[in-house]
Ligand binder design. Structure first.
Ligand SMILES: [Zn+2]
Length: 275
């Protein structure tokens, strides 16, 4: 569930509290977290190391360590960090300033993977395309990727190798902003539509980051605060409500198995050659 804006919010809060700190003790409480690797071996690898930087790549949090190792955390559905003890803790980090950082995960789909330095960038590059808020994510590159696929546009946008960090919520929000139907074949978009989708993806993600992500179910920032983006969704989860742009009732459908919200008037299914 956490997408780029939520992971970025977590990264921004963890960075000042983790960077420069030694992991004096690492306790991993759930073998699923490090599978197929042994939880005790992973904990031992991390213990005593110093966090140099907390970065994000797509939906991955990347803790770069002084030894050259990196801890890649993927939160999946319900993973998160907190400095105050909570239920469903799956790992606990003790820091040399006395603070205690717990990783919690109700549904236990999150993963912790420790990689050695030559393996870090290749691993992240196979899982993630360009960062959508970076200069490398251009209209031309997005057009090239969409032109290669006949699948519904939304399914292609959810592919992390096309738009790193984009998930169900921000894909719907972006397509509403772009006025493009999520079920259109990806390779059927005109140049102007691709340009709108490109701009809309960036705008939707930036709006999410500004509001510290969206709080649905189990997401909370490490400070224990909740994001506020959910109050500003234009279409996501709003079936039966009026479109904020044209007042038409928002519809719900499915795209690649995911609930998908759109405005049938602003985002018509039939391709219009004039659009
Ligand atoms: Zn509308």
């Amino acid at each position: 569930m956490p997408e780029l804006p939520e992971v970025e919010t977590i990264r921004a809060q963890l960075a000042p509290r983790l960077e420069g700190r030694t992991l004096t003790s690492v306790e991993i409480l759930d073998p699923r977290l490090t599978r197929p690797y042994d939880l005790f071996e992973v904990a031992e690898e991390l213990e005593g190391d110093v966090v140099l930087a907390v970065e994000r790549r797509g939906k991955y949090l990347v803790l770069r360590l002084e030894s050259g190792l990196a801890l890649l955390v993927h939160l999946r559905m319900t993973g998160g960090f907190g400095f105050t003890p909570r239920t469903h803790e799956r790992a606990v980090l003790q820091l040399d300033d006395g603070s205690r950082l717990a990783y919690r995960d109700v549904r236990r789909f999150g993963t912790w993977l420790v990689l050695e330095s030559p393996d870090i960038e290749p691993y992240l590059a196979t899982k993630n395309g360009f960062e959508p808020l970076s200069r490398r994510f251009t209209v031309a590159w997005l057009a090239f990727r969409l032109a290669a696929r006949r699948a519904p546009l939304k399914a292609v946008l959810l592919d992390q190798r096309v738009v790193a960090g984009l998930g169900n919520i921000y894909a719907d929000e972006a397509l509403w902003r772009a006025r493009v139907n999520p079920l259109r074949p990806a390779n059927g978009l005109g140049a102007a539509e691709v340009a709108r989708v490109h701009r809309a993806i960036r705008a939707a993600l930036r709006a999410g980051i500004e509001r510290q992500g969206s709080t649905l179910r189990d997401y909370a920032t490490p400070d224990g605060a909740e994001g506020s983006m959910q109050d500003e969704f234009r279409v996501y989860g709003r079936d039966g409500e009026p479109c904020p742009r044209c007042r038409t009732t928002i519809s719900k459908t499915r795209a690649s198995g995911r609930g998908t919200w759109f405005c049938p008037r602003c985002q018509p299914l039939a391709a219009d050659v004039l659009r």
